[in-house]
Design a binder for this molecule. Structure first.
Ligand SMILES: Cc1ncc(COP(=O)(O)O)c(C=O)c1O
Length: 385
């Protein structure tokens, strides 16, 4: 019997595969991890130094619930530097313990029973659960591998109703690593604004774009709500630091939620976040260039193996590839690949029914491991002939 909304929250299959992979490793098997979306780099030295200094200086108390002012100011400078956006002021920014709590708090502030939340099928596995825990209903915009699983404005338009409270954007995207064209994003932002639908844009993979550039939803719509964080481009996943940018009118609600449910973000990592934003550019470039080198090996290799990559993966550190000829059930296939040749991959079904039969590959792993992973995958495919 369903007693709370928690009963409707699904597992995150990437973690389920990772846990199985770790079990195999404990039993002595060498596993190549291409399932997990976690940078394989240590955080930049400036981040480590700033965190150590903050600890040494005893900056261990609660901070302002919105986050320390110098960090919120550094975030505003980031928008000006990266996108030429000058309208983000510290009173519109709230610092959180990662992008995930940012999204949860934002969904809680905005969504309730009867609300519909548009998102692409496939999309980041947790989006639907953020909507569900607030009593809102996820509504999926169908996408195709040819479009890199990014939705088209015309498909969004068809689904907009008076109940559509939110549309979720994610460019560069997880799972496909694709970037939404600027004109599509503009058109979607405009039609949503006209419909009274709020834009939530998860921009966590900004800074990791290898061809062209990604747009922030704020470039097209000043009322767009952004969720972002330090996990990916600054390789700070475990430090748990993110932020929200919203219209000022939403801040009192967000702040009340933050005060009650989180109090504030971690004080030490907030100081480290300032260092990342101010002094981390060279490290971001170093990691970016290395991901790009790996991408240029992984993507053609997948295609050569007959695993056709969806769209043009020019961002994040993922490619999602069609493996339907190897099995219709991507979870069973991912387990079989892991058990047979020791390569961890994420089943497409984790991200939505349109990605069933696909596998997501993360290139947040060394070139050497990616090459070995592809070698093992080739053996697996050969053994299935
Ligand atoms: C699209 C997307 N959004 C958000 C997150 C979570 O980020 P954080 O570590 O900041 O909570 C992830 C993590 O994989 C992600 O892929």
């Amino acid at each position: 019997m369903t007693r709370t909304r928690c009963d409707q929250i699904t597992s995150f299959l990437a973690m389920t595969i990772l846990e199985r992979a770790e079990e195999l490793q404990r039993a002595g098997k060498k596993v190549i991890h291409l399932e997990i979306g976690q940078p394989d780099f240590v955080s930049p030295q400036c981040v480590l130094d700033a965190a150590a200094a903050a600890l040494r200086d005893g900056k261990t108390g609660y901070t302002h619930s919105m986050g320390i002012l110098p960090l919120r100011e550094a975030i505003c400078e980031y928008y000006e530097r990266e996108y030429g956006i000058t309208t983000v002021t510290p009173d519109r920014v709230m610092v959180t313990n990662g992008t995930s709590p940012a999204m949860l708090t934002l969904f809680m502030a905005v969504c309730g029973k009867g609300d519909k939340v548009l998102m692409s099928n496939p999309c980041y596995a947790c989006y639907a659960n953020f909507a569900v825990i607030c009593g809102a209903e996820p509504v999926y915009v169908q996408t195709s591998p040819e479009d890199g699983f990014q939705f088209r404005p015309s498909d969004v338009k068809r689904l907009l109703t008076p109940d559509t409270r939110v549309l979720m954007l994610n460019s560069p995207s997880n799972p496909a690593g694709t970037v939404m064209p600027a004109d599509d994003m503009r058109e979607i932002c405009e039609m949503c604004a006209e419909n009274g639908t709020m834009i939530f844009s998860d921009e966590i993979y900004h800074g990791l774009v290898y061809e062209g550039s990604a747009n922030s939803a704020l470039e097209f719509l000043d009322s767009a709500c952004l969720c972002d964080g330090f996990s990916k481009r600054y390789a700070m996943t475990g430090l748990r630091l993110g932020w929200i940018v919203v219209p000022s009118a939403l801040i009192p609600t967000l702040q009340r939620l933050q005060q009650n449910f989180h109090v504030c973000a971690n004080s030490i990592t907030q100081w480290a976040g300032i260092a990342a934003l101010k002094d981390g550019a060279e490290d971001v470039k170093r990691m970016h260039d290395e991901y790009n080198r790996r991408r240029k090996v992984l993507v053609p290799r997948l295609n050569e193996l007959g695993l056709k990559v969806a769209g043009n993966p020019v961002g994040a550190f993922y490619a999602i590839a069609d493996a339907r000829h190897l099995g219709a059930d991507s979870l069973a296939l991912a387990y079989d690949i892991l058990d047979t040749v020791g390569v961890g991959v994420t089943p497409g079904i984790d991200f939505g029914s349109n990605a069933e039969g696909f596998l997501r590959f993360s290139y947040a792993n060394s070139l050497e491991n990616i090459e070995e992973g592809m070698e093992r995958l080739a053996q697996y495919i050969e053994s299935r002939k």
